[in-house]
Design a protein around this ligand. Structure first.
Ligand SMILES: Nc1nc2c(ncn2[C@@H]2O[C@H](COP(=O)(O)OP(=O)(O)OP(=O)(O)O)[C@@H](O)[C@H]2O)c(=O)[nH]1
Ligand SMILES: [Mg+2]
Length: 354
């Protein structure tokens, strides 16, 4: 029997969740940025390993670039990338938090990403501000291990023996050179993420791929036995339009500084795939007139450059030439307006608690 289920990637902003999703899927699906809080919504990626005898036809507009690995036991991971866990300060952030918490509640397995060099990660419940325990088993992935010099990694044991809980994952040999983890060792005192501790812990690099395969095997082993939930070459449950919107936002994130990236949202108004080049009309919304001026730039130079760079990314995604008509509009204080959030496809946040 194959295994299949929902695997939620969670953690603080900038931990590398979206980078990991993209590596697992083998495609740049979820937007990434050195700036925190780049992911605003749950992003779904489907990873199918091994092949069933009778695969269903693909139903997704986006299909897998990678070959399906025949050598492994068939499994299908429905990966949920989530917004970084923060204490929300406006409706947008409340909506982001709700999306993350819902994805945690839906999970069959949770991968809790933390920066390996940032010291002890608190338990996921603490990081998420939850006062109830998570139902699903939690695997801790200490990410960005590529930034730790090789000689300082010697004392890590990235593959704890099966059934050991996280407290045994640290190298017990005190004669070895003390090294960063101390992050691993200290994490063992951070308190269990589930009743019996982490279901596993791994040192990984979402950028180089180090440790990712071993982590993936451990995650898969925790999934329930189940038929595939989607056709084997589906890559996402979300629409091409959604990913186009995200690519526009990612490009604006790249090209703008300071607070401006947080004040903008993108929306695709028209998407004509029956034309060549594919015609896309989209808007970037900002909160104030002054922001509109910055985004448009001198004689429209900045918005033109964002449009040009976004178009190239969209062409790679849909594998067709694109004409992108991109404009800027002001929607005052949209981050604090539940109707505007819904319009941009974000979850309506729950009622204010003061
Ligand atoms: N060196 C190194 N950098 C990484 C690694 N994983 C992610 N990064 C970088 O860390 C930054 C944040 O990565 P993201 O994947 O956007 O992080 P995220 O957790 O999705 O962040 P939010 O969506 O804001 O919560 C980017 O600049 C990535 O290139 C890694 O394994 N090694
Ligand atoms: Mg992200």
């Amino acid at each position: 029997m194959p295994r299949a289920g929902i695997v939620t990637l969670a953690g603080k902003p900038n931990a590398g969740k979206s980078t990991l999703l993209n590596r697992l899927i083998g495609q740049r699906l979820s937007i990434t940025s050195p700036k925190p809080q780049s992911t605003r919504d749950r992003v779904v990626g489907i990873l199918t390993r091994g092949q069933l005898d009778d695969p269903a036809d693909s139903s997704s507009a986006l299909t897998a670039d990678r070959a399906i690995d025949q050598a492994v036991e068939p499994s299908q991971l429905i990966l949920f990338d989530t917004p970084g866990l923060i204490e929300p300060r406006d409706d947008l952030q409340r909506s982001m938090r709700t999306a993350a918490l819902m994805a945690l509640a839906d999970a069959d397995v949770i991968v809790y990403l933390a920066d390996a060099t940032a010291g002890t990660p608190p338990s996921l419940e603490l990081a998420a501000g939850l006062n109830t325990r998570l139902r699903a088993p939690v695997i801790l992935a200490l990410n960005k291990i590529d930034t730790v010099p090789a000689h300082r990694r010697a004392a890590f044991d990235p593959s704890p023996p099966p059934d050991s809980d996280f407290a045994t994952a640290a190298d017990p040999d005190p004669s070895r050179e003390p090294s960063i983890p101390t992050s691993v060792e200290r994490a063992s005192n951070a308190g269990p993420a589930t009743g019996s501790g982490y279901a596993g812990s791994f040192l990984i690099s979402a950028v180089t791929g180090e440790g990712v395969e071993a982590m993936l095997d451990a995650v898969t082993a925790l999934l329930p036995e189940s038929p595939f939930l989607y056709p084997a070459d589906d890559v996402s449950t979300q629409s091409v339009r959604f990913f186009v919107t995200e690519l526009i936002r990612e490009t604006a994130f790249e090209q703008l500084d300071q607070e401006l990236p947080y004040s903008l949202a993108a929306q695709v108004e028209e998407f004509r795939e029956d034309r060549s080049p594919v015609y896309i009309r989209a808007f970037i919304y900002v909160e104030r007139d002054s922001q509109q001026g910055i985004l448009v730039g001198h004689k429209g130079s900045r918005i033109r450059e964002i449009g040009r760079a976004a178009r190239i990314k969209i062409e790679q995604l849909i594998d067709a030439p694109v004409y992108l008509d991109l404009r800027v509009k002001v929607l005052p204080n949209w981050r604090r307006d539940p109707d505007a959030l819904r319009r941009f496809g974000y979850l309506a946040p729950p009622a204010h608690r003061g």
